[in-house]
Design a protein around this ligand. Structure first.
Ligand code: 5GP
Length: 233
């Protein structure tokens, strides 16, 4: 089947079924807008595993996503959506770019989860946007943005509780949403340690892509250790 799109971490193919696409998770790891890159054997399998697991868990809590089913080690079928070019970041604890922006140490616990919206645009370096920017750029309507924010916080509640039960702090994560042919807003892209910050609740050991970004530990072994900790296989 025809490849429709190749991103940094996934390839998207058409299928014989209308409005259904096949996604293949790749072994490439990138950071800093593609400046740092590597091929990591087994990464695609692990991220397909994580993403399929989290999308299934969310569906069980009545939070629908584009995910239909996992069809192989590295592939899943999804509902076709037009991706809204926003990175929707939910943060429970300050880390990464937020810690820098507000002048706090990584690990600063915030009294409520916060949402940041970034323009998904590599050329511009994914700049942070406010609701007015989003409206004038027509990336989403105010009502769509409201829906996106409500869904993002619901997803945070589900994921945070799940990780807490496995002795892991959900520090922050990035979501993407898309619009179906009928105009319904669906959670899309992936949920994996590539898109989340996950720290051991006691030791604060990192179980996410920061180990690659910051050269802390080997990525595949770290993701495998996370899968083992969560009992996902
Ligand atoms: P930060 O803005 O601190 O770099 O990232 C906040 C959270 O969003 C982190 O969990 C990070 O993994 C995720 N995130 C932000 N932008 C991207 C991106 O372009 N790609 C991926 N995979 N994750 C991102």
């Amino acid at each position: 089947m025809e490849m429709l799109y190749e991103g940094k971490a996934k390839k998207v193919y058409s299928t014989d079924t209308k409005n259904v696409l096949r996604i293949e998770y790749k072994n490439s790891a990138t950071a800093f807008n593609g400046v740092k890159k590597d091929i990591i054997e087994g990464k695609g399998i692990l991220n397909n595993l994580f993403s399929s697991f989290f999308f299934t868990m969310l569906a069980e809590k009545n939070i629908q996503s584009h995910f239909i089913k996992k069809i192989s080690d590295t592939e899943q079928l999804v509902t076709a959506v037009t991706i809204i070019p926003l990175e929707v970041i939910v943060r429970n604890v300050a880390a990464g770019t937020l810690a820098k922006r507000i002048g706090k140490e990584e690990g600063f616990i915030m009294k409520k989860p916060i949402i940041e919206l970034c323009y998904k645009n590599d050329e511009l370096g994914d700049p942070i946007l406010n609701d007015d920017h989003i409206e004038i750029l027509e990336l989403a309507t105010p009502i769509e943005l409201k829906v996106i924010k409500i869904k993002a916080l619901q997803i945070n509640d589900v994921l945070k509780e799940y990780f807490e039960n496995h002795h892991i702090d959900l520090i922050d994560f990035k979501l993407e949403f898309g619009k179906t042919a009928d105009g319904i807003i669906l959670l899309a892209d992936e949920i994996s340690p590539d898109t989340c910050r996950l720290w051991d609740s006691t030791t604060k050991q990192k179980f996410d892509k920061d180990v690659f970004r910051r050269d802390i530990a080997p990525l595949r072994e770290t993701y495998q250790a996370l899968a083992d900790k969560l009992g996902i296989s």
